[in-house]
Design a protein around this ligand. Sequence first.
Ligand code: SF4
Ligand code: SF4
Length: 274
Amino acid sequence: MARYGMVIDIARCSGCYNCFLACKDEHCGQDYPGYAAAQPMTGQFWMNIIEKERGQYPKVKLADIPVPCMHCEDAPCVKSAKGGAVYSRPDGIVIIDPAKAEGQKQIVSSCPYGVIYWNGEKNLPQKCTLCAHLLDAGWKEPRCVEMCPTGALAFGDLDDPASEVSRLIASGAAESLHPEYGLKEKVVYIGLPKKFVAGMVVLGDTDECAEGATVTLTGSGRNMTVTTDTFGDFEFEGLADDTDYIVIIKAKGYKPKEIPVKTTSDVYLGVIKL
Ligand code: SF4
Ligand code: SF4
């Protein structure tokens, strides 16, 4: 028996909303008895795209984070439901039984990810089913995965070491969206936005962009060095939250400059004159 999971690569997601539309196309206006009642056209986002903006002008970055149900192994939604109305299948898919869950509004607030929606018309909590009705019919992947044009969504058997999802997880780059929840999520991410430190180096006497200056960032056991580009720009990505670092800038013929930074947010140091 497979144990299904998904790995979402944020760097590959272009924010095209194809996954969102594929989910709507599959689930709106169609009941799948035993799996889910029809998803309403509006108000529910079983595949929700969160747009995350980081940095300050002129250094602003945008990431799109697709968020379906995480099909957690330690799922609080399962625990909150009465009469087995939410259950984890042997293949790991978490299903809200559309008959048993009627009237159980408490299920909605049990999910810390906020991916369960209340259908007021049907008096029913609803969410992503990982397209279990399709998988049971022999499909190899859910509709959202099939429709992603950039390959940002990988789906497969977490217990098969040869599957793409297992390979991506084995690379060590995958992490859950909220590890602090401790839910053993089976949907995990690669390339989630972290903190960055960036700036632009200028030669103080000429006001020219300092191309080729050496910029080193140290702190938290890390030591990274980059070289400024034609515009004097530099950047360090993937940094930890709330951490103290020191940026050291060196250019031949100029006095080195040290700047302490703390990544409580993304840091754009602006124009730095040597
Ligand atoms: S993400 Fe939320 S709804 Fe999905 S299994 Fe986990 S707790 Fe339940
Ligand atoms: S797996 Fe199916 S139900 Fe879940 S978000 Fe994708 S298309 Fe929607």
